[in-house]
Every structure is written in structure tokens, then in C-alpha cells.
Design a protein. Structure first.
Length: 334
């Protein structure tokens, strides 16, 4: 039985930052994650993707952000159960929780913080005939390493931030040719990313094909071209890779059976401290929902900070905590 103060479900950025904030209050943390490494989607799906909205970092690669968070958490010696999924939860007589993984590993803590991001997820696949035949043979749903596409002809489909960001990134001296296909003429991504795509198209550095969609993939054992349906007929584009970036279909998995209040596949929380309807269980980051919720990493950091204050009071109801600033005490002073 692994015992800790705060058991964190999910070792993504929000879960890792929770370790730091809890450490300042001398609370121990242990993290459970189904992925084989810490970092969540930032490490597993897009470690080389630049992130632009982390305070004090004009630009930071997702993988580097994870490395920095791990270094920030290291002084507080968190424990990890990786490659295992939190499966069941039960309440003990002394008001603690026992969480058991799919491999039978048991953990006990007075506080559980769910920081599972989107939960378990699968890419949303377009309805294209014989698509499965080309998966891992030129069709990819996630870009992990942009250098994989160096010198290649790439077609990206999508109109959100991921499609826009990767179009801009690969067009900057990595891919030989980049085409972006979107079924509408307007985009739902960040305005700055949209403008960059438009500027690249006007400069002839990418092929921007709007009001269109890929309806076919052709090639002998691997992708050689895609068929694009437009209002004025079909168009074929030769390529080495087609990357449909239509987002992920999130699922809470076993956590959805824990008796928590769920709304649209997210856990409802109180914004006072991000507590769920079960006392002692909190939810932070993309996995939670409340009026005005924004699914941003920096918002998850804020939620983690307030959550650990409430966790401290739950664990030590008779202790008074006085806020101290790290600028005065440093980290070792806590």
C-alpha cells in the first residue's frame, strides 16, 4: 500500500505543478498515470510542439515545459505509479481513500486530486474508405516529432489550433511542402495563428485549400496522394503524409464510475477550491468544468494552487497556515 498526503491522478503539467505547490505546504504527493512517462499529452503526443501562453516564456516546447516542471517538483520527492490506470476508489473508516490501479497497485491518501487532462482519448478519424490501411504508412493523427516530416510533402487537415500551429511550424524550413485543408473558409484557432497561415499562403510558402475536405487516400502500400473534394470538383495532391488533426475524443474511463458529478464528460467542481461533490476529491485542469471554464495549462496551474490550500485544511484542520512568498523563503525554506 502506497501512502501519501495527496494522491494525484494524472502526471501532466497540472499534476506536476500540484507537487510543487503542495510541497510548499509540506504535503507529500504521489502521482498515478496510465502513460509510461510523466508529462501527459505534452510528453506523449506533442513534445516538440511550441506553447506560447506560459507566463514568462514567449515560447517553450511542450517537452521542455515538462522537463522544467519535473525539475521544479524534484525537491519535494514525489512518487510515481506510471503505466497503470486508476481503476477503483473506496472510502475508509478514517475518512481516507484507497485507489487501486488496473494492475492491482493500491494507494491510500486523505485527499485525491484528479488532474487527468482529457482522460483517456482517441483521435477523431475522418470517414475515409480504407483509411486504416494507411495508418502508420503515411497517415498519422498525432505529430510527435516534427523532424519525422523533414523534407517531406505533408497535407494537414483541420481548422483548430493544432492544425494551424503545426502548419506554421512545419512550413518553417522543415517539410518540403505543406498543404492545409479545411472544410470552411474561417478558422476556430487563435487569431495570431490564423494570420500566420494566411501570410504564409499569400507568400506562396504553403498551399491553403479551404471549403474543402480530403475524401480519399491513394498509394501502393503507403500514402502517395490524397483526393480533396471542393465545390468545383475534386483535386489530387501528391504527398508523403496526411495528418488529419480533428481533435481527440475524450473519455473519463473508470473515473466516470466513481460517483462524481459529471457534465459533458467533465467533472463538475466548485471554483472556491475545485472540490467535487465528494469531500476530499478535487479535480483540476482540463478534466473539470465550471461556468467560464477555459482549458488552458495556466488556468490549471491556478486551480492547483487553490486546491492544495483546501487540501491542507482538510488534512490539518487544527493548523493555521500563513502564506509565505518563495521570493523571501526560497524553496528550501518551506
Amino acid at each position: 500500500m502506497i501512502e501519501t498526503d495527496i494522491l494525484i491522478i494524472g502526471a501532466g503539467p497540472c499534476g506536476l505543478f500540484t507537487v510543487f505547490e503542495a510541497g510548499l505546504l509540506k504535503l507529500r504527493c504521489h502521482l498515478i498515470d496510465a502513460l509510461p512517462q510523466a508529462g501527459g499529452q505534452c510528453a506523449e503526443i506533442y513534445p516538440k510542439k511550441p506553447i506560447f501562453d506560459i507566463p514568462a516564456f514567449p515560447e517553450v516546447l511542450a517537452g521542455d515545459l515538462v522537463d522544467n516542471l519535473m525539475a521544479q517538483a524534484a525537491p519535494f520527492k514525489p512518487g510515481f505509479t506510471l503505466g497503470e490506470r486508476a481503476e477503483t476508489i473506496e472510502k475508509t473508516e478514517d475518512d481516507k481513500f484507497i485507489v487501486t490501479t488496473n494492475r492491482g497497485t493500491k494507494h491510500i491518501a486523505p485527499v485525491v486530486a484528479i488532474a487527468g487532462g482529457l482522460g483517456s482519448f482517441e483521435p477523431r478519424k475522418p470517414p475515409v474508405e480504407n483509411l486504416a490501411n494507411y495508418e502508420d504508412h503515411g497517415v498519422e493523427y498525432i505529430i510527435k516529432d516534427p523532424n519525422f516530416y523533414r523534407g517531406k510533402k505533408v497535407v494537414i487537415s483541420g481548422g483548430g489550433d493544432s492544425a494551424l500551429d503545426w502548419t506554421n511550424f512545419l512550413a518553417d524550413g522543415i517539410a518540403e511542402e505543406v498543404s492545409l485543408v479545411h472544410r470552411r473558409s474561417s478558422f476556430r484557432g487563435h487569431p495570431d495563428s490564423v494570420q500566420k497561415v494566411i501570410d504564409l499562403a499569400e507568400a506562396g510558402k504553403i498551399n491553403l485549400i479551404t471549403d474543402a475536405e480530403v475524401v480519399g487516400v491513394e498509394g501502393d502500400g503507403k500514402v502517395e496522394k490524397v483526393v480533396i473534394k471542393k465545390k468545383d470538383g475534386n483535386q489530387e495532391v501528391a504527398c508523403d503524409h496526411w495528418v488529419p488533426l480533428f481533435g481527440l475524443s475524450p473519455k473519463l474511463g473508470p473515473i466516470g464510475e466513481w460517483g462524481l458529478e459529471i457534465e459533458k464528460n467533465a467533472i463538475v467542481v466548485d471554483t472556491f477550491d475545485y472540490a467535487t461533490n465528494i469531500p476530499g476529491i478535487y479535480a483540476i485542469g482540463d478534466v473539470n468544468t465550471y461556468p467560464g471554464k477555459l482549458k488552458l495549462i495556466l488556468c490549471g496551474f491556478h486551480e492547483a494552487t487553490l486546491m492544495v490550500q483546501s487540501a491542507f485544511k482538510r488534512i490539518y484542520p487544527d493548523k493555521n497556515y500563513v502564506l509565505k512568498y518563495t521570493t523571501v523563503n526560497g524553496v528550501n525554506g518551506f
